[in-house]
Design a protein around this ligand. Structure first.
Ligand SMILES: Cc1ncc(COP(=O)(O)O)c(C=O)c1O
Length: 436
C-alpha cells in the first residue's frame, strides 16, 4: 500500500502490515506513550523549513522566513527553528518565553497581537525582539509610552488590513476591511505621524496577513502589491522608509489525497515577482520580504494516533460511528471549520475497507466529530487510528474540555522517539483549581 506523499510525513511507510513513522512502529509508539498521541516527524519538519529557505534564497532578494508559532509551539520545535536559521512569530509573553528558552535570537523574533497586555509588550521590548508588529492605533500609543525613554528605539512594523478577501473559511480570513486585524489604510497616516513623533520607536516596515489555508496565490501577490503601494505612500507623505514588508503566512496544505497546494518554490517566486514589479514601478528600493508560514511547516509532519474505544452500529449491523479516545479538545478544527482529514488504521492499514464510517471523539458535544464518512477497514475496539496532517492548529488550540488531559507529543527520527511534550496529568489539571 502506497501512502500519498503530500499528506503523510516523508518517512511514513507501511511495512510488516503496519504504519511506521520516522522508522518507529506507530503501534509501539502508542504502547509506549499512550493515546491520543501526536507524533512529529523530524525529517519532514526540517525539510519544510529548508524548502522555505531554499525557495526564497533562489529569488535573490533579502528575505526572512519566520515560523508562525501559533500553528504549534514547543521548545523542541523552537530549537529546530533556531538551528535551521528561521525566525519566529509569537503572539504572547509565554510564546516569547519559549522562544528565549529555545535560544531563538531575539532579533529574529516578531511580536504580534491585536490586544497584547502591557506586561507582554514590556517583555518584548526588554528582550529586544526584532519588531513589534502593531495592529492598531491604541497599541501604538501604549508602545510609544512604554518606550519613550529608551536609548535604543524599538523596531515597529505596522499591520494593515489590505482589504483583500482570501478564498478560505470565514473564521480564518483576516485581511478584509471588517476583519478585527490591522490598520485600515486610512489610519496609516495617523500611525505614521505618531511613529515619527515617538523617539522610542523606529519604523521598520509594513505587515499584512490575509488568511490561512490558501491555495490560490493571486490574493497573496495582490497583498504584496498593496504593501508596496502603502510603503510608497509612507515614503512620499511622511518620509518613512519601509525596509521590510511581510505578507504574513497562509500557504495552504493538502489534507486529502485529491487536494494539491502550490509548492513553496512557486509561492516564493510569485511573491518575489510581485515585490520586484511593485518596487520598480514606484522606484522603491527592494525591502526585505518576510513570510510567516505556520501550517505549511508543521501540518504534514504531525500524525495523531487514537485508540478505537467502541462502535455504534446501524440497524443492519454495519458500523456507523467509531468512538476514539481523543477529539475536539486535542483537534478543534473539524468542529471550528468543518476541516476534513485523512486517516488509516495504523495496525492494519492495508485491510479492505468497509462501508464509510464517522469517527467521533470522546467529548460531550454532538459536534465532536473528527472525520465524517471516511473509508476505513472495519475497526474494532483496540484498533489504532492514525490521522494525517494533524500537526497544525491542533495541539496549539487544544483545550481541557471535560477535564481530559491534553495529549503527549513525540518527535521521531531514524527509529528513535523522543518525548517533546509529556501528557498532561490530573495533577496538572487540578493545580490551578482552588477549593473554597
Ligand atoms: C499574522 C499571522 N501570520 C502568520 C500566520 C500563519 O498562517 P499559516 O499557518 O496559514 O501559514 C497567521 C495565522 O493565522 C497569522 O495570523
Amino acid at each position: 500500500m502506497m501512502l500519498p506523499r503530500h499528506i503523510w510525513p516523508d518517512t511514513a511507510t507501511i511495512s510488516d502490515g503496519r504504519l511506521h513513522l520516522g522508522g518507529c512502529d506507530a503501534r509501539a509508539l502508542a504502547a509506549a506513550y499512550g493515546t491520543p498521541l501526536y507524533v512529529f516527524d523530524e525529517a519532514t519538519l526540517r525539510g519544510a523549513m529548508r524548502a522555505y529557505l531554499a525557495a526564497f534564497e533562489r529569488q535573490g532578494l533579502p528575505f526572512g522566513v519566520h515560523y508562525a508559532a501559533k500553528a504549534l509551539l514547543n521548545t523542541a520545535l523552537a530549537q529546530m527553528v533556531a538551528q535551521e536559521g528561521l525566525g519566529l512569530d509569537v503572539v504572547s509573553g509565554a510564546e516569547l518565553l519559549v522562544a528565549r528558552r529555545a535560544g531563538v535570537p531575539m532579533e529574529r523574533v516578531h511580536f504580534h497581537g491585536n490586544a497584547p497586555g502591557d506586561a507582554e509588550l514590556e517583555r518584548a521590548v526588554a528582550w529586544g525582539v526584532g519588531a513589534v508588529v502593531v495592529d492598531n492605533l491604541d497599541e501604538l500609543e501604549r508602545l510609544a509610552a512604554l518606550t519613550a525613554g529608551r536609548d535604543r528605539p524599538q523596531g515597529v512594523m505596522l499591520r494593515v488590513a489590505p482589504n483583500i478577501a482570501a478564498p478560505t473559511h470565514a473564521h480564518i480570513t483576516t485581511g478584509g476591511a471588517d476583519s478585527k486585524f490591522g490598520l485600515p489604510p486610512e489610519a496609516l497616516d495617523a500611525a505614521a505621524t505618531r511613529l515619527r513623533a515617538s523617539p522610542g520607536l523606529r519604523f521598520r516596515g509594513l505587515h499584512a496577513h490575509i488568511g490561512s489555508q490558501l491555495f490560490d496565490l493571486e490574493p497573496l501577490r495582490a497583498t504584496v502589491a498593496v504593501l508596496v503601494d502603502l510603503a510608497a505612500r509612507l515614503r512620499d507623505g511622511h518620509g518613512l522608509a519601509a525596509e521590510e514588508l511581510s505578507p504574513g503566512g497562509g500557504l495552504g496544505t493538502p489534507y486529502l489525497a485529491e487536494e494539491a497546494a502550490p509548492d513553496v518554490a512557486t509561492y516564493a517566486a510569485a511573491l518575489s515577482a510581485s515585490l520586484r514589479e511593485g518596487c520598480a514601478a514606484l522606484a522603491l528600493p527592494l525591502p526585505r520580504l518576510t513570510v510567516e508560514p505556520g501550517r505549511s511547516i508543521v501540518a504534514r509532519a504531525g500524525v495523531a494516533l487514537y485508540t478505537v474505544m467502541g462502535r455504534k452500529l446501524a440497524a443492519d449491523g454495519t458500523t456507523r460511528h467509531l468512538h476514539v479516545d481523543g477529539g475536539m479538545a486535542d483537534n478543534p478544527r473539524p468542529a471550528l471549520y468543518d476541516a476534513r482529514y485523512t486517516a488509516l488504521l495504523a495496525n492494519r492499514p492495508g485491510a479492505p475497507p468497509g462501508p464509510p464510517v464517522t469517527v467521533a471523539g470522546r467529548y460531550c458535544e454532538a459536534g465532536d466529530v473528527l472525520l465524517r464518512d471516511v473509508s476505513l477497514p472495519p475497526a474494532q475496539p483496540g484498533d489504532l487510528l492514525a490521522v494525517a496532517t494533524a500537526g497544525a492548529y491542533t495541539l496549539s488550540m487544544a483545550s481541557t474540555y471535560n477535564l481530559a488531559p491534553r495529549p503527549a507529543a513525540v518527535l521521531v527520527a531514524e527509529g528513535r522517539a523522543r518525548l517533546i511534550q509529556r501528557r498532561e496529568t490530573e495533577d496538572d489539571l487540578l493545580a490551578r483549581d482552588l477549593p473554597l
